[in-house]
Design a protein around this ligand. Structure first.
Ligand SMILES: N[C@@H](CCC(=O)N[C@@H](CS)C(=O)NCC(=O)O)C(=O)O
Length: 207
């Protein structure tokens, strides 16, 4: 992959994990530094395999042979590119609060992705108990968030992770109606979803 920009972000437009990286790039004002490259995944033609044995998105390449995988690592790397980070705290209570929210939304995203993947299997190969357990986990997390979200919302990377996870829930499972009975989570989401970085990285319409 040749690019005129110093960094290359291997991504897919529907990946919520890659979207975290895209939002950080926008929030930090680095769109002139990071080229977005739409790759294939889970096929032998996967272009990420040219740079990473893992073959997953997001993957970031850059100067001096830099190659990073995983949204958590890539987001912090990019946030520290300009010197003082804007979206990561120093070690202390605010950092751990942000880490808790970030990890929670990461696991929520994984649960949503597993559920979506299970539903792509033929009907007779799906596990109803698996689907029901993940759906229940997601509802528990929404309830916890509605009761515990910080107001006003923290301006750090954890807000990016969570707003993306909630939007992904809408994208894959609108029938869950996560807003119903959760006014705090809904209000929090609307504030975050209005930010330009969110609007600049919207997921494509469903095929
Ligand atoms: N924990 C990883 C998850 C990345 C991930 O699961 N990416 C998916 C796309 S949403 C992927 O690349 N799947 C292709 C594959 O499994 O080979 C992160 O935060 O970056």
């Amino acid at each position: 992959m040749t690019t005129t920009k110093p960094y290359c972000h291997y991504m897919t437009p529907t990946s919520p994990f890659a979207r975290k990286v895209r939002m950080v790039v926008h929030e930090c004002g680095f769109t002139d530094q990071v080229e977005e490259f739409n790759t294939r995944v889970r096929t032998p033609e996967n272009e990420v395999l040219d740079v990473s044995a893992l073959g997953k998105v997001p993957t970031l390449t850059g100067p001096d042979g830099l190659m990073l995988v995983d949204s958590t690592v890539i987001c912090e790397y990019l946030d520290r590119l300009g010197g003082a980070p804007r979206l990561h705290h120093d070690i202390g209570p605010a950092r751990w609060a942000a880490s808790r929210l970030w990890s929670l939304s990461e696991s929520l995203l994984e649960s949503l992705a597993w559920r979506a993947r299970e539903l792509r299997r033929p009907v007779n190969e799906r596990s109803p108990s698996f689907l029901s357990y993940e759906t229940g986990r997601q509802a528990r997390v929404y309830d916890w968030l509605d009761a515990n979200l910080p107001f006003p919302s923290q301006r750090d990377v954890s807000a990016i992770g969570l707003v993306i996870a909630m939007d992904y829930a809408d994208y894959r499972f609108p029938e869950d109606k996560w807003r119903t009975g959760r006014p705090n989570l809904q209000a929090w989401f609307e504030g975050e979803a209005a930010r330009p970085a969110f609007q600049a990285t919207l997921l494509p319409p469903q095929p």
